[in-house]
Design a binder for this molecule. Structure first.
Ligand code: GDP
Ligand code: IMO
Ligand code: MG
Length: 428
């Protein structure tokens, strides 16, 4: 079976931590979309490590980690990540495979990302500028380069053909590439050579063989459902399908192989970059959340926008993903509040009250309707079981389980691997 773990909000829900916690139950952990725009943080034994493209099962030596065909891979970032892992002495050439069908991010993709954002002016997406959008554009436009191409004697020629096209676009946008590109290209080709020492495979065979052998696979989502290219707050989204269905196309597995779908969400909401955020708190409360949750991007360091939990958005994400179990993160961040809000409905400008996300969310101001809960104002460090939770937190959890119709199987109370309140999943 393939279990899928993904974010139900706008990313940074704490996926990396939960993949790391669940990883011992699996033989394979695989990334199926996204690229270096992701920043997944793991903390254990006093170490803190942020992974961008490498799956979060990498610290467990007996697990095979796969970068799937749906990923856009930047060789330069890959080399830096591998260098950053060297101090852990992991058997990386054995327990890491990269799909030959994964797309490659070129230095010019990063420049194009910057050029497109610059051209958009105030309407910019707030991209991480890692070249994600332009790399997926070339994939869909059937002119991209893939990891398997680096083994071809024609690789340099293929590269030059594509880069010539990119340069024309950059010139049309009056975007200077001459000052940075030569050095970036040097780094890129060195990184491509470096990458060749790893297993570059037809990973769809590896994955399906593992399934035939009865092995368990965990598919690790990046970004979040509200950043999905089809169902997110378009155009303020990323360029891949971040939802469960993306695991099938991003790894080469059949839909019937999907087992559990773990939906990860914070006990509140955050968003980096532009786009609608109905429950955003632009006041002191939002500031307190950002501080308590250390809400600064793991990839770009940008401050994350903060707000109360949004049930219409969460229900939508649960629906499109077929979530079977929920995981609630960062409840400790709410310890400081005497009152905690959950948005249960939206009021539209014409006075209609709805639980659904309007199509034109980007252009419509919706007013969140809140239900208030008493805060628990208790340190949760020593809470390890559901029946040890303060009564106010138990009420918060029960309300969510009832509203969402799903069990919350894990509650996370600090960044550390060990800080988790766990209970067996209820039958759904
Ligand atoms: P991801 O992209 O979904 O993997 O999440 P990020 O790593 O970008 O952001 C989550 C942040 O929250 C990281 O800094 C984690 O170390 C931290 N974190 C994870 N779980 C908890 C938790 O339960 N409490 C607190 N306070 N921090 C957490
Ligand atoms: P993880 O996996 C949070 C956001 C960017 C921007 C939009 C498009 O760590 O949860 P892109 O670089 O893809 O063109 O940016 O998506 N974004 C993320 N926000 N967490 C992420 O990944 C993100 N990856 C992209 O901030 O708004
Ligand atoms: Mg992140």
């Amino acid at each position: 079976m393939v279990d899928v773990l993904l974010g139900l909000q706008w990313g940074d829900e704490g996926k990396g931590k939960i993949v790391d916690v669940l990883a011992p139950q699996y033989q394979v952990v695989a990334r199926f979309q996204g690229g270096p725009n992701a920043g997944h943080t793991l903390e254990f034994d006093g170490f803190k490590h942020v992974l961008h493209q490498i799956p979060s099962g990498i610290f467990r030596n007996d697990i095979l980690n796969i970068i799937g065909n749906g990923v856009v891979l930047d060789p330069i970032v890959f080399k830096k990540e591998i260098d950053g892992l060297s101090k852990y002495n992991l058997p990386l050439t054995q327990n890491l495979q990269i799909s030959k069908k994964a797309s490659i991010i070129l230095p010019t993709h990063r420049l194009l990302d910057a050029a497109y954002e610059q051209a958009k002016g105030a309407a910019k997406i707030g991209s991480t500028l890692r070249g994600i959008g332009p790399a997926y554009q070339d994939k869909v436009g059937r002119q991209g380069l893939r990891v398997g191409d680096v083994l071809s004697p024609n690789f340099r020629k293929q590269y030059d053909t594509l880069v010539t096209i990119h340069k024309t676009i950059l010139e049309q946008n009056n975007f200077d590439y001459t000052s940075t590109l030569p050095q970036a290209e040097e780094e890129f080709f060195a990184a491509v050579e470096f990458m060749k020492q790893f297993q570059l495979t037809n990973s769809e065979y590896t994955v399906n063989q593992a399934l035939n052998d009865g092995k368990k696979i965990l598919a690790e989502g990046a970004q979040g459902s509200l950043l999905d290219i089809d169902f997110g707050s378009y155009p303020f989204v990323t360029s891949s399908n971040t939802m469960t269905a993306g695991a099938c196309t991003g790894l080469g597995i059949a839909p019937r192989q999907i087992g559990e779908v773990y939906g990860i969400f914070k006990a509140y909401c955050t968003r980096v970059g532009s786009g609608p955020f109905p429950t955003e708190l632009l006041d002191e409360t939002g500031e307190q959340m950002r501080k308590a949750g250390n809400e600064f991007g793991a990839t770009t360091g940008r401050p994350r926008r903060c707000g109360w939990l949004d049930l219409p958005a969460l229900k939508y994400a649960i629906m499109i993903n077929g979530v079977t179990q929920l995981v609630m993160m960062k409840v400790d961040v709410l310890n400081i509040f005497d009152q905690i809000n959950i948005c249960t409905h939206y009021e539209l400008p014409d006075g209609t009250v709805t639980e659904q996300l309007p199509y034109d969310l980007c252009d419509t101001t919706v007013t969140p309707i809140y239900k208030s809960f008493d805060g628990w104002q208790t340190d949760l460090t020593n809470v390890h079981a559901f029946d040890e939770m303060p009564s106010q937190l138990a009420a918060y959890v029960s309300f969510l389980e009832e509203s969402l119709g799903l069990p919350i199987s894990f509650i996370s109370t600090s960044p550390d691997r060990e800080a988790i309140i766990h209970r067996q999943a209820l039958t759904v």
